[in-house]
Design a protein around this ligand. Sequence first.
Ligand code: PXP
Length: 243
Amino acid sequence: MEKLRLGVNIDHVATIRNARGGLHPDPVRAARLAVEAGADGITAHLREDRRHISDRDIARLATEIDRPLNFEMAATEEMLSIALRHRPHAACIVPERREERTTEGGLDAAGGLAALAPIVGRLAGAGIRVSLFVEPALKQLDAAKKLGAVVVELHTGAYCEAEGVERDRHFARIAAAAAHAEAIGLECHAGHGLAYDSVVPVAAIRSIVELNIGHFLIGEAIFSGLENAIRRMRALLDKARAV
Ligand code: PXP
């Protein structure tokens, strides 16, 4: 059976570092530890405002970590040129401005075809796997396919924030979107807001091949250490796939 990949997002190690402006804690050290604890890849978002990850962090992650780097970026010329310089394994296009988002927070690929097409094309032309971070809505997946992305990452934020029947409703949307992604030939990832409890049903969806998890793991590291937190998450993914 295919293993569910775990991408660890280390952005918030940089958030803590930046609170004091020095070098500690180092997100690259966290990335190394994440790999030792079972991460299959490292995810980092270089925001336009550089509020956590820095340009230097990206340069170091691209050269010092021997696992695939998933570079999260806004669809801007600046980010495109940084991606083309470092040639990460994958680039995941995420919305940063309100007008680029759908109501729930994913990239509005369907409404932004013209602006996204050249960016997707240039990343793909450089051999970078292009992923779009979208709501679990079929029209967004169809738009991603039309744009030539090879991966979609389903936004799990609304599911994670909801409770009871509302959560079930969001979960059903994620499951349906994952099935649709597989049917139209898109590799399906998911992430945002996932924690030990919310991850289990999502990890059981067979059409999803990768989860990207950050904030919860970095927060949990305060209590149990980063390595333990990642190992526990890794074990939950493996268990969900074993049944
Ligand atoms: N996937 C994408 C595309 C993201 O932008 C983020 C970070 O916001 C995540 C996954 C991880 O989300 P979290 O830090 O809430 O686990």
